[in-house]
Design a protein around this ligand. Structure first.
Ligand code: 2NL
Length: 339
């Protein structure tokens, strides 16, 4: 019998269980009424009196050993299962969902990088402005329609305070506080009082550039924009300029880029013209310089402004402005990871 006890001890030393159920199975196998150890107790009845003490002790020790071992196994497994450690560590991991950059941010970063390479410095300013920095200093007439409540959001208590309708206000601050040469690009949210539809929104994003120095010419403006168009739309991109009007520039132009979708042949994106309008620009009006304390006899400058939503629409084929601001994950997920 001692031999059998030894064997069982060795066997129990080596038992393992992968789940609470398996541990319970082991308990039944060794410790239940019909278990291996209970069988030993039955046999014990037939043991001769002189061996009873020794074998009795050995069987009891074995029983305690088995109880302790199986209890330990069960407790360990219960802890693992409640803490979730019972998972199979050899399974492939679940992939972590990474955020994506917003298409407006992607385009903004790309455009700012192009102008930073040309020596432009990025400046930012407030979304809530006074009339002077949005209109007055930029040569808007007192009765200019942009000053109308139909077009601009004013703060009710004080009509001098409003939401900026373009980011040029940031550059007015730059002109007031810096001396030429000034080379600055600004970006940010602008606000206009418009009914929301697929092609208009009351809030959108602009990038504007301003370069002021002695002898800055329209040729510098054009060359800068050609460089920008080729960097952003590709080496084959061409631009054309059409005369236009803005209160703050003279002369002014609207700039089209050759349609990158049809290569200029004509398609539904460029409405068969081969050209896509991308920005407005011009030479800074001398009135604008004087309003901010810059000597318009000594300095000239060019400026341009573009809407980021429009460029992102062209780049990504987005056909409804409202998609940008709904934050629908199915839309946002389609853009490049932020990491
Ligand atoms: C457009 C036209 C433009 C500017 C923005 C500017 C800024 C200063 C002085 C003069 Cl401080 N001009 N900015 C100039 C011409 C056009 O934007 O259609 N943007 C979407």
């Amino acid at each position: 019998m001692l031999e059998r006890i030894k064997e069982l001890k060795k066997e129990i030393e080596e038992i393992v269980a992968n789940s609470v159920e398996e541990a319970e199975g082991l308990r039944i196998k060794y410790l239940s009424k019909k278990g291996e150890i209970s069988k030993l107790f039955e046999e014990f009845r037939n043991v001769s009196a002189d061996q009873k003490k020794e074998i009795g002790q050995a069987v009891n020790t074995l029983k305690e050993f088995a109880q302790e071992k199986i209890n330990l196994l069960r407790e360990g497994l219960q802890e693992q299962e409640t803490k979730g450690y019972g998972i199979d560590l050899t399974l492939p991991g679940e992939s972590m969902k990474l955020g994506t950059r917003h298409p407006i941010s992607i385009v903004k970063n790309e455009i700012l990088e192009i102008f930073k390479r040309l020596g432009f410095v990025v400046s930012e300013g407030p979304e809530i402005e006074d009339d002077w920095h949005v209109f007055g200093a930029l040569n808007f007439a007192d009765d200019h329609p942009a000053r109308d409540m139909q077009d601009t959001f004013f703060i009710q208590r004080d009509p001098d305070i409003l939401l900026r309708t373009h980011t040029s206000s940031v550059q007015v601050h730059d002109m007031e506080t810096k001396k030429p040469p000034i080379r600055t690009v600004t970006f940010g949210r602008v606000f206009r009082n418009e009914a929301i539809s697929y092609r208009a929104h009351c809030m959108f994003h602009q990038i504007e550039g301003l370069y002021i120095d002695e002898n800055v010419s329209f040729a510098d403006l054009k060359q800068t924009l050609i460089y920008f168009a080729k960097e952003f739309f590709g080496e084959n991109a061409e631009i054309r300029m059409r005369p236009s009007y803005f209160p703050f520039t003279e002369p002014s132009a609207e700039v089209d880029v050759s349609c990158s979708i049809c290569g200029g042949k004509g398609c539904n994106v460029c409405k068969n013209t081969g050209w896509l309008e991308i920005l407005g620009c011009g030479m800074v009006d001398p009135h604008v310089f004087e309003a901010s304390g810059i000597d318009s006899k000594k300095y000239t400058g060019f400026a341009f402004g573009l809407g980021i939503e429009r460029i992102a629409m062209l780049k990504f084929g987005i056909n409804d402005l409202r998609l940008y601001f709904e934050n629908d994950v199915r839309f946002l997920q389609q853009f490049e990871s932020a990491h």
